[in-house]
Design a protein around this ligand. Structure first.
Ligand SMILES: Cc1cc2nc3c(=O)[nH]c(=O)nc-3n(C[C@H](O)[C@H](O)[C@H](O)COP(=O)(O)O)c2cc1C
Length: 198
């Protein structure tokens, strides 16, 4: 805990639908974390995040992007967070396209760290990943998520504290999935304790 202050938890919602499975999974996870902590939702549906222009501006301008939209302020929010929750549905075996657009724009962080040798995220950032796929289990269903997130996690110096994934959500909604509820609320409770003890 930061001097008795609240923990700041930022939730990145990458679903293209509001209040559906991904959001429901997040609410289960937050059940025990909401009390005593500050929660900020970054719903990509509400954020103006343009596609990366691959212009290399951020290679010459440390920590800045040529595009003036909401991306830099989201990165600032991430930077101030004690825990970041990344929540995405599976779209074609990977994260959603909105999430991919967001990830590409963290090229600012990539260039700062690997090209300008001065990482913006200097300290480890705790991260929890929640993913849901509509189809029943099939081999490799969720493999693309971690492949996609690997470099992004490097950009934010992310340390994954938990990765929770649920399939068949088109048949059984997360909100009706008692196993998911139990696992996610327990995970949130455990992380609440871990954060307080750090
Ligand atoms: C464009 C698109 C691609 C999808 N691709 C997959 C997929 O590859 N594997 C899978 O299991 N489900 C896939 N789904 C189903 C979603 O993962 C599922 O409906 C999920 O619950 C959506 O999250 P939401 O309920 O928060 O909107 C896809 C859905 C859409 C719209």
């Amino acid at each position: 805990m930061r001097g008795g202050l609240l923990m700041k938890i930022t939730v990145l919602l990458a679903s293209h639908r509001r209040n559906k499975n991904t959001a429901q999974a997040v609410e289960f996870f937050l059940e025990k974390l909401k009390e005593g902590n500050e929660i900020e939702y970054v719903n990509l549906l509400d954020k103006k995040v343009e596609i990366c222009l691959a212009c290399d501006y951020c290679r010459k301008h440390y920590g800045h992007c040529v595009i003036k939209d909401e991306m830099e302020s989201i990165i600032e929010t991430f930077h101030k967070s004690d825990l970041i929750v990344l929540a995405t549905p599976l779209y074609f075996n990977s994260v959603t396209s909105r999430f991919k657009i967001f990830i590409d724009r963290t090229q600012i962080l990539y260039n700062a760290k690997y090209k300008l040798n001065d990482p913006i995220f200097k300290e480890k950032k705790k991260v929890v990943i929640i993913a849901d796929g509509g189809a029943p289990h099939y081999p490799g269903q969720f493999d693309g998520i971690m492949t996609e997130l690997k470099h992004f996690l490097g950009n934010i110096n992310g340390e994954v504290m938990g990765y929770y994934k649920y399939n068949h959500t088109d048949e059984t909604l997360i909100k009706d999935n008692e196993t998911a509820r139990k696992e996610l609320t327990e995970a949130g409770e455990k992380i609440a304790k871990d954060l307080k003890n750090n």
